[in-house]
Design a protein around this ligand. Structure first.
Ligand SMILES: [Ca+2]
Ligand SMILES: [Ca+2]
Length: 504
């Protein structure tokens, strides 16, 4: 790759960090005034049950529909990890989980010497003269004290979270620990008491008052529809109180998935489908999730209103994404931590300058691509140490070619490879799945054993990550390791043997 002096300077900056950031910032100040702003909207655990992805026939998300009409929707966008911390770390660093070694809810990446000085997406914008702001859930956990926070973003708004909640859980005690977050239902309160409402209010105020002469990178992270899914009756009334809301499932769906597929979510607080049915909670959970999705959609709408009211829309790139999906009974489970479509397929919508309006792109896309895409859309110095590729060709023409599939990893050795038509999964013990999404969009029939598809499997295997690190030091929470020599899997420190019953 050819490098001019400035590229080289910022290339060094990207790897060596803080001391050089100031020089880059000075360079950036001179050119920054003409660059577009960025409104970066994250939603937590939002699967493809949004209007633009049509993942649920009854879902109501008029504001995301409105954003999609203004921009380009990726219909085949996938996360790099089906879990908050590794997914967000991957996006913000521009590196796969298999490269960071971060697969669990811990560690925070700055705790690792290797990534302590890594320049994140917002830091790269700051180095080019942007004012960077954040509210709600962008990183998974607390970043640290004032100095640590100031290093990540210039301005910090309200933190993420659920906000007001009932005194006691609304649903019966859930298996595997009765986790406090495992709760949902109608709960009387005012929308203004929800943390996502407060986060949106703060962001709206920034959009009204930010100085014109400096471009901004404003990150807004919504917590819902992450559990607990509380909403008022009005949001529930958007959805019928009958079984039309339930997703189609097959009772025997797991009969043709490898036993190892259970190991990825072996013992977790998210209830299985069996518990939902036995406790008459399936429909209540699905309606709660849909109600919270519509509530978050309305908060997105408040941001879009503010953008248009301040005449910023033509000068602001908007990107909306979710850090992973959620199962609501499909394949016998709720929650994430799988390599199937329900966990990996998420909204990814771009709008604003450089983005063609009204497009729907079927090419595979990765959240990892957001970093290089925003760099190109905003005219920042390119970096050669990012593992994603820019989506700008598809933002200009949805039919533009892309060879690379979307890859999701959940702990070392377990990968999903999603091409335009197929999903190939390979687990650490060598077991495999293959789905033809064109003929079987719900991934009901595993065709990995079909000899006629051997070449198809071989083609997808070529894309398995070449770097596939073990968990980084300090890894915890939802960590799975596997030893090929002994055929022993270890889930969160406890061995799982072939004959062990699957936890319910
Ligand atoms: Ca999440
Ligand atoms: Ca099946």
């Amino acid at each position: 790759m050819a490098m001019d002096g400035r590229t080289l300077l910022c290339g060094i900056c990207a790897t060596l960090a803080a001391g050089f950031l100031g020089e880059c910032a000075a360079e950036g100040d001179r050119r920054a005034a003409h660059r577009p702003n960025v409104l970066f909207i994250a939603i937590d655990d939002q699967n493809d049950w949004v209007g633009p992805l049509a993942g649920h026939p009854l879902v109501k998300t008029p504001q995301m529909d409105r954003l999609a009409a203004r921009g380009t929707t990726f219909l085949n966008a996938h996360v790099q990890s089906p879990l908050c911390n590794p997914s967000r770390t991957s996006l913000m660093l521009g590196l796969r989980p298999t490269t960071t070694g971060i697969y669990g809810l811990s560690p925070w990446f700055r705790a690792l010497p290797r990534w302590r000085d890594r320049v994140t997406l917002p830091q790269h914008f700051k180095a080019h003269g942007y004012r960077t702001l954040t509210a709600g859930k962008i990183y998974h956990a607390g970043v640290g004290g004032p100095a640590e926070r100031a290093a990540e973003f210039d301005v910090w708004g309200p933190p993420g979270g659920v906000g007001v909640k009932p005194e006691n859980k609304l649903i019966p005690p859930t298996p595997m620990g009765d986790h406090p977050l495992m709760d949902w239902g109608v709960f009387p309160h005012r929308d203004e008491e929800k943390q996502d409402f407060k986060v949106a209010s703060w962001a709206v105020e920034q959009l009204r008052t930010l100085p014109e002469e400096q471009p901004f990178f404003l990150a807004v992270g919504f917590f819902l529809p992450h559990v607990p899914c509380y909403a008022t009756q009005g949001w529930f009334d958007l959805y019928p109180d009958d079984d039309r809301v339930l997703p189609p499932i097959r009772e025997d769906d797991r009969d043709d998935t490898p036993r190892f597929s259970w190991y990825l979510h072996w013992h977790l607080p998210e209830p299985r489908l069996r518990w939902l049915r036995e406790n008459d909670q399936w429909r209540n959970l699905v309606r709660s999730y849909l109600a919270c999705t519509s509530f978050v959609d309305a908060q997105v709408g408040r941001l879009l209103d503010a953008l248009e009211a301040s005449s910023l829309a033509d000068r602001t790139v908007v990107v909306l994404w979710s850090d992973q999906g959620w199962h609501l009974g499909e394949k016998g489970i709720t929650g994430k931590n799988t390599l199937w479509e329900r966990s990996t397929r998420v909204p990814l919508i771009f709008a604003g300058p450089g983005v063609r309006a009204g497009q729907r792109c079927a090419r595979p896309a990765e959240l990892l691509d957001i970093y290089p895409t925003l760099i190109e859309l905003c005219g920042l110095t390119a970096r050669d140490d990012l593992e994603g590729v820019s989506l700008v060709p598809q933002l200009r023409d949805a039919e533009a070619q892309r060879r690379r599939p979307a890859i999701t990893s959940h702990n070392q050795g377990n990968h999903g490879v999603r091409s335009e038509r197929w999903r190939y999964i390979r687990y650490a013990d060598g077991s495999e799945e293959l789905y033809d999404l064109r003929e079987d969009p719900r991934e009901w029939t595993n065709r990995a054993g079909d000899p006629e598809l051997a070449a198809c499997i071989e083609e997808h295997r070529r894309w398995l990550p070449r770097i596939d690190l073990p968990p980084a030091p300090g890894s915890a929470h939802r960590i799975l390791t596997y030893d090929r020599d002994t055929d022993e899997a270890v889930w969160e420190g406890t061995p799982v043997r072939r004959g062990d019953p699957i936890p319910e």
